[in-house]
Design a protein around this ligand. Structure first.
Ligand code: UTP
Length: 304
């Protein structure tokens, strides 16, 4: 690692901004995504992207940059004020619902930028370059849900604050499934207070067959990165599917400035995938204060 121990000012390590790429076509979820963004598909009672925005807020992010594209306008509408709906609810005496609707827009400052063509996750992050500027930032995939009280993003921000080096969230996957993920080649670099959860990244391998995989630690969809990643993205040539892959730029960053893999505490759901979406729905419904009890009883009654 180039300089994991160097001391930078606390201000330079403050992570205030987050980029949420949400411009993909969502082909794994057709036909549902033909005319609506997958990030707006509802898990229990909220669109997926609201969970991701809430994770940012709980992690201390002050400014969210959502990268949208064609057909994604409903994302912007969801985080706008809705005066007609709010007035209607107020007039009907449904003050709590009116406040609930208003809270969605008041949570945090949101800016939007557009990716004119879905040229890959790396390209979507690069589109946000000017809005991020010269400071560290988080990246959260708009269709990956990581519920819980200590968000993965907050855990990565803590690593960045302590070390001044970028960090990506990883989690263990079954060895026979490595071909479905970006996999980390890392060496343990334990240090307080993170212990064995912290690994120094030697390399990243996109979707290796199990016998070729350097580990079973998969990239999860949460990152905290220094602004140098933009230079790495600009130097990244289109790869698989003619897309600019974030993983390729991360390999450059790891070699140039160092990069941590952090085995975060939590469980992720790839809600852009039909099975992942169903799992997220069931587990989040079971934890829901209002519905969880009845839903659990219902599931038991199915006698599967
Ligand atoms: P995915 O690979 O899950 O998105 O990217 P996708 O391409 O929409 O999905 P499928 O495979 O066709 O079903 C992860 C995140 O990156 C965004 C997506 O919107 C998603 O939130 N993304 C992906 C972009 O913003 N732009 C892109 O060009 C690609």
């Amino acid at each position: 690692m180039a300089d994991a121990t160097q001391t930078k000012g606390a201000t330079a390590r403050r992570v205030r901004k987050a980029v949420l790429p949400a411009a993909g076509l969502g082909t794994r979820f057709l036909p549902a995504t033909k005319a609506q963004p997958k990030e707006m598909l509802t898990v229990v009672d909220k669109p997926q992207i609201q969970y991701v925005v809430e994770e940012c807020v709980v992690s201390g992010i002050e400014h969210i940059i959502i990268v949208t594209g064609k057909g994604k306008n409903s994302i912007e509408d969801h985080f706008d004020y809705a005066p007609t709906l709010e007035r209607f609810l107020e007039e009907k005496g449904k003050k709590e619902q009116a406040a609930l609707v208003r809270r969605i827009s008041d949570m945090v400052q949101v800016s939007y930028t557009r990716q004119k063509e879905p040229l890959g996750l790396g390209h979507a992050v690069l589109v946000a370059k000017d809005l991020v500027g010269d400071e560290p930032f988080a990246v959260l995939l708009g269709d990956v849900l990581i519920p819980g009280e200590n968000p993965a993003t907050k855990q990565l921000i803590d690593v960045y604050a302590a070390t001044g080096v970028g960090a990506i969230a990883v989690e263990e996957v079954p060895k026979e499934k490595t071909h479905l993920y970006g996999i980390v080649d890392g060496e343990p670099a334990p240090q307080a207070p993170f212990g064995a959860r912290l690994l120094r990244i030697r390399d990243l391998v996109e979707k290796p067959r199990p016998e070729k995989a350097p580990s079973n630690l998969a990239i999860t969809g949460r990152y905290v990165l220094p602004p140098q990643i933009f230079d790495c993205l600009e130097r990244t040539k289109p790869g698989a599917g003619n897309e600019i892959q974030l993983t390729d730029a991360l390999r450059i960053l790891a070699q140039q400035d160092g990069l941590w893999a952090y085995i975060y505490n939590g469980i992720s759901y790839d809600a852009g995938d039909k099975l992942g979406f169903l799992k997220a729905t069931v587990e989040i419904a079971l934890q829901n204060k209002e519905l969880g009890g009845d839903f659990r009883e219902y599931l038991k009654s199915l006698k599967l």
